[in-house]
Design a protein around this ligand. Sequence first.
Ligand code: CUA
Length: 328
Amino acid sequence: MFDNFPLWPPQASSGAANVDALYVFLLLLSSFVCLAIFGLIVVFAVKYRRRPGVAAEQIEGSTPLELTWSIIPFFIFLFIFAWGAVIYFQERTPPRGATEVYVVAKQWMWKLQHEEGQREINELHVPVGRDVKLVMTSQDVIHSFYIPAFRIKQDVLPGRYTTAWFHAIKPGTYHLFCAEYCGTSHSGMIGEIVVMEPADYQAWLSGGPAVPLAVSGQKLFSEMGCSTCHRSDVQGRGPNLVGLFGKPVALEDGRTLTVDENYLRQCILNSRGQTVKGFPPIMPVFQGLLSEEQVNALVAYIKSLGILVPGQAVKTASATSQSEPKVQ
Ligand code: CUA
C-alpha cells in the first residue's frame, strides 16, 4: 500500500541509507522525548493535583536528578554530532578516481558535460556502481543541485567551483531539483538523473560523436596562446603545468596552497595575487573572455596533464601525448 504513498524518496545511492538511518534515529529520539514530556505533564497534573486538606510540599531541587538529565543528553548530543560528522565527511570527500561531470547552472537550466565530452541539458546519464564527482559552477546567481534519491544537495555558486559526489546503486530515473530560489522560473529548473546498467551506459556514451573535455581544453589552450608560456617540455615564462594538479604550490606572496579546481579557475580568469613563486605576474586576464564551459575544458585539460594517484604512475590523458600543441 505504501508503494503509492512513499514517505521517503528511493534510496538510490551508497550514502542514502546512512542519511536515512540518522534521520530515523533523530525522529525516534525526538518522538520519545516529546511523548515523555507530554506524558509526564499529564501524569503529574493528575497525581499532584490540589486536594482539600493536603498542604503543598515545597521541593528545593535535586542535584543527582539535575546532573543525570544534563549528562545523559550531553552524550546523546555528542553521539548525534559524531554520527552526523562521519556522514558529512563521507558526503564531502569525493573518492579518488571518480568519474567527473562538469555542471554549469544558469537561469533556468542545468548544463552538464561528461569528461568524455557528451553534453546534456537538464538530464544526466550515469552508470550504476561508479563514483561520480560533480564539479559545479553557476554563470549567474546561486543555485543548488539537489538529488533527493541520492541524498545530496550542494549550492552552486557563481565565480567558483563547488563539488559533490555520489555512487548510484539502483538503475532508474530520479528527480533533479534546483533547491535555491533563483528567480522567476526557479521551480522549472528541474531535470532527471538516469542511472543505467554499465553496458547500457557504454552504449549511451558511444551513441554520438564527442570530443573529450580535456582534448577540447588542449585545443583551447593552444588557441588562446597559453601554450606559449606554459610549456610542457621545459619551464617557460609561466609554470610548467605537467603533474601540477593536486600538488602544493608556493605563491609569490608566501602562501602555499594545493592546486585544485578552484585555484586553476582563479588563475585562468585572473591570476593577480595568485602568482607562483619565481614567476613574473605577466599572465593576461581572461575574465570575460572565456565561457564557463571553456574554463571547465581548460581545467579538465590541466588536470589531465598528470594526476598523482598514490600507488600509481602519473596518469596522463591518452589524447594529450600525441597531439601536443606546437610551441613557436
Ligand atoms: Cu536555480 Cu533555483
